[in-house]
Design a protein around this ligand. Structure first.
Ligand SMILES: Cc1cc2nc3c(=O)[nH]c(=O)nc-3n(C[C@H](O)[C@H](O)[C@H](O)COP(=O)(O)OP(=O)(O)OC[C@H]3O[C@@H](n4cnc5c(N)ncnc54)[C@H](O)[C@@H]3O)c2cc1C
Ligand code: SF4
Length: 467
């Protein structure tokens, strides 16, 4: 059997390509390294990789700060090793998302003429003042294209009744300090959502969009899905794709033949398969991860841990802030002597667009350095988050932060370096459709962007097949 296309991976990119090609009547085989697991258990599948960002090499004298911090700032995040997260298995990393669908400043500015209250929201009626990011409606054309391209994913602002009291407390404090606060767009069907706040575990009610929705659609349209099959390399002859080779869970080597292959193994795995295939130039370079920290403090019974996560956001030029509970904060507070339980933490995530200077090495290890700019944006964001927490009533001496983490790895087979604008590699018929092809850190949730790129790859394959 020769398939029209083999898709490697069932995450954001792979699921979209699979659905698009199957809907066009192509004969598609989907190969997934991992397996399906029960919704509600996704955090057990997070793979955390420790990275040394070499923060101790930073010359802090070279960092020019916008202004002095208003709170006692320890910036303790520089002292911990950084952590990178991804998931392997059915649905890839989409199972653990917090359903944030915002791509750029303008991605959230649909109602820029309407009135707002503490949380700008389609439901809200009262007046509002400090529109920092409203004044920067950038990327409007890109946004329109993105929303149009993703009309198959239901995206809406989080309704007011789903925003909990701890989140509102943060929103009010931020507004009082003059920062603009917006409701977060989510890919959640709020008719089905019971507001359990546990999106990171995978949604048992099927309310949150996950890649398995698109994989199921592809299978319904006739695609074949094989789980527990790890693709090791793409086969080719005379610079043209002929199929893939990989191994089953019990170590059996197998080949499948195809006219096209789409590599969507995620930006940490795609470079490895490319190198085994014989494509090496520029592969694995340009890694970004959208670095973030969560800054938090002690507040008795704040209750943020049971609210829908990241319900609002405040955007600044190089980072954004959003309410976020992290269990790591509880432990850090206990170490400081606070009687903290999960419900006693108020936290704010600071997420930056880091420089694309990382590398996946041939042995699979990751090399990445924190730059002066990365450090400055994290410090500036930390200061703003701490200032808001203080205004919200958190005890100043309790303020701590998690280690630096990254959850959006990308850039390791970028457009212009490894693939052309059609997302095709130097081997005809071999495409890449995952976060690897993104050129720069978005500093924002990337799924809408990845899915949009994956549709482009699918369109090009269909065009080639017809031509
Ligand atoms: C905790 C967390 C929260 C997040 N929240 C959000 C959010 O709210 N909004 C948002 O937009 N983004 C969010 N992200 C980021 C988002 O999930 C990822 O950027 C996105 O899923 C990446 O898509 P991808 O297609 O590149 O890779 P993935 O989704 O990771 O998919 C890669 C797939 O390839 C498979 N695979 C790997 N190697 C092989 C192989 N050799 N053979 C076969 N299969 C293979 C993997 O098992 C996996 O299924 C979050 C990430 C994390 C970690
Ligand atoms: S908050 Fe809603 S979308 Fe998230 S897991 Fe719970 S039910 Fe699902």
């Amino acid at each position: 059997m020769i398939y029209d296309a083999i898709v490697i991976g069932t995450g954001a990119g792979g699921s979209t390509v699979s659905k698009e090609l199957s809907n066009k009547g192509l004969n598609v085989l989907i190969l997934e390294k991992g397996t399906s697991y029960k919704a509600g258990t996704a955090t057990n599948h997070i793979i955390t990789t420790s990275i040394d960002l070499k923060s101790n090499n930073i010359d802090f004298n070279k960092i020019s700060r916008d202004k002095n911090p208003k709170t006692k700032a320890n910036y303790e995040f520089f002292n911990f090793p950084a952590e990178l997260m991804h998931v392997e298995g059915m649905g890839g990393t989409t199972t653990v998302t917090l359903a944030n669908a915002c791509y750029s400043y303008s991605a959230c500015d649909h109602d820029s003429d309407s009135n707002h209250d503490s949380v700008r929201n389609h439901d809200s009626e009262s007046n509002h003042n400090s529109d920092i990011s409203y004044q920067k409606p950038r990327d409007l054309n890109q946004l329109e294209e993105l929303m149009e391209n993703n009309s198959d994913i239901e995206v809406s602002y989080i309704p007011r009744k789903f925003i909990g009291p701890a989140t509102i407390k943060i929103a009010k404090a931020a507004e009082k300090l003059g920062y603009m606060v917006e409701a977060m767009p989510k890919f959640i069907d709020f008719e089905k959502c019971n507001n359990c706040g546990l999106c990171i575990n995978g949604c048992p009610l099927d309310a949150k969009w996950e890649a398995s929705h698109f994989i199921n659609e592809a299978v319904t349209k006739g695609a074949t899905l094989i789980e527990d099959f790890e693709v090791t390399k793409v086969l080719h002859q005379n610079s043209k794709v002929t199929g893939v080779e990989g191994k089953t869970a019990d170590g059996q080597i197998k080949e499948f033949k195809a006219k096209n292959v789409v590599l969507s193994a995620g930006s940490l795995n795609t470079p490895h398969i490319l190198r085994n295939t014989g494509i090496t130039s520029g592969v694995g370079e340009g890694l970004f991860v959208d670095l973030f920290i969560t800054v938090g403090g002690y507040m008795n019974n704040a209750g943020l841990n049971t609210e829908l996560p990241m319900g609002i956001k405040s955007e600044f030029e190089h980072y954004f802030l959003s309410p976020h509970f992290s269990a790591q904060l509880v432990q850090l507070l206990q170490e400081k002597g606070y009687p903290a339980k999960n419900e006693d933490v108020l936290g704010i995530m600071v997420k930056i667009a880091d420089e694309s200077n990382g590398k996946i090495l041939e042995d699979g290890s990751i090399e990445k350095k924190l730059t002066i700019n990365d450090a400055k944006y994290l410090m500036d964001g930390y200061d703003k988050a701490a200032e808001i927490l203080l205004e919200a009533g958190v005890d100043e001496s309790s303020i701590v932060s998690t280690p630096i983490r990254g959850a959006h790895p990308g850039g390791t087979a970028a457009v212009g370096r490894v693939v052309d604008k059609s997302l095709e590699t130097e081997i005809k018929g071999l495409y890449i459709a995952d976060a690897s092809v993104i050129q720069r850190a978005p500093g924002k949730p990337p799924i809408l962007n990845i899915n949009s790129l994956a549709k482009k790859a699918a369109e090009n394959i269909v065009k080639q097949m017809k031509g």
